[in-house]
Design a protein around this ligand. Structure first.
Ligand SMILES: Nc1ncnc2c1ncn2[C@@H]1O[C@H](COP(=O)(O)OP(=O)(O)OP(=O)(O)O)[C@@H](O)[C@H]1O
Length: 257
């Protein structure tokens, strides 16, 4: 079991716990006045599962997009496995994203014309890297997709599609998987299965997962939760219960009303 260290002033790095993701003083402004991200610092050790929660409009998606190199911050440092991606050119960032980052979306984002197998290996083809067949085989077996490889996404349940999307996110053995509301379109039973799978991939494979969610029950499956409010880290919870998180969010929503 991994333990997350809380962000400390100065973000002192523990050399025995390599960081998969580090954000230091990240600021992002869209309209030139209001800071969507206001000096956000965060550290995510390799092999840990961090949830990000917060009221609507608090900056969660912007944080995820900057951390994943989909968007660039105005200032600050963002390191994925030691490489600062905040100051790369657009082309370099795209290349880095393809090899170092996996994505899981609420709407699965599988290509309907491709089979499950073709969807899973698409990131490798885009990155121009050879498939590690042994890794892919073990991944497909672990995620339980063996019987579905030649099917197309349209014929699969939501849970099956999300499992295929999770396999796709891991195909290139990324440093970090970013999941944006991965259970938002699923019923509660299927959502619990998908969250169990993500948690198992962290605990068994040492994968690092950062997940944005509105659901305190989903966040409680992570090792820790960063609550964002008004573009800042409001509070950091180590192994919170769903009730603790729900109470904090209710408080924040009340404070904004
Ligand atoms: N591309 C953009 N252009 C202009 N403003 C933006 C852009 N993206 C986000 N914002 C603004 O930044 C703020 C934070 O948005 P963001 O989507 O990050 O919040 P969120 O916490 O993910 O919200 P939600 O939970 O509703 O998805 C909002 O005020 C939003 O309008």
């Amino acid at each position: 079991m991994t333990t997350l260290t809380k962000p400390r002033p100065g973000l002192h790095e523990d050399p025995t716990r390599p960081l998969a993701l580090l954000l230091r003083d990240v600021t992002k402004t869209y309209d030139g006045a209001h800071k969507t991200l206001d000096h956000v610092s965060l550290q995510v050790p390799r092999g840990s599962f961090l949830a990000i929660m917060g009221p609507s409009g608090s900056g969660k998606s912007t944080l995820l997009h900057c951390a994943a190199g989909l968007d660039s911050p105005d200032s600050g440092e963002i390191r994925i496995g030691g490489t600062d991606i905040a100051h790369l050119s657009e082309t370099q960032r795209t290349r880095s994203r393809r090899s170092r980052i996996g994505f899981v979306f609420q709407a699965y984002n599988l290509l309907p014309s491709l089979t499950v197998e073709e969807n899973i290996t698409l990131p490798l083809r885009l990155a121009g890297t050879d498939a590690d067949k042994q890794w892919l085989r073990s991944l497909v077996d672990r995620i339980g997709l063996g019987d579905l490889l030649h099917r197309r996404p349209g014929g699969l349940s939501g849970g099956q599609q999300q499992r295929a999307a999770i396999a796709r996110s891991l195909a290139a053995r990324p440093e970090v998987v970013f999941a944006d509301e991965p259970t938002g379109a699923l019923d509660s039973g299927t959502a619990a299965e998908v969250l169990d799978l993500l948690r198992d991939l962290v605990d068994e494979l040492g994968q690092t997962v950062v997940m944005v969610t509105h659901d305190p029950n989903a966040a409680a499956r992570a090792h820790a939760t960063a609550v964002v409010a008004d573009g800042r880290i409001d509070q950091y919870f180590d192994r919170p219960t769903a009730d603790e998180l729900a109470r904090r969010l209710t408080h924040l929503r009340g404070a904004r009303a």
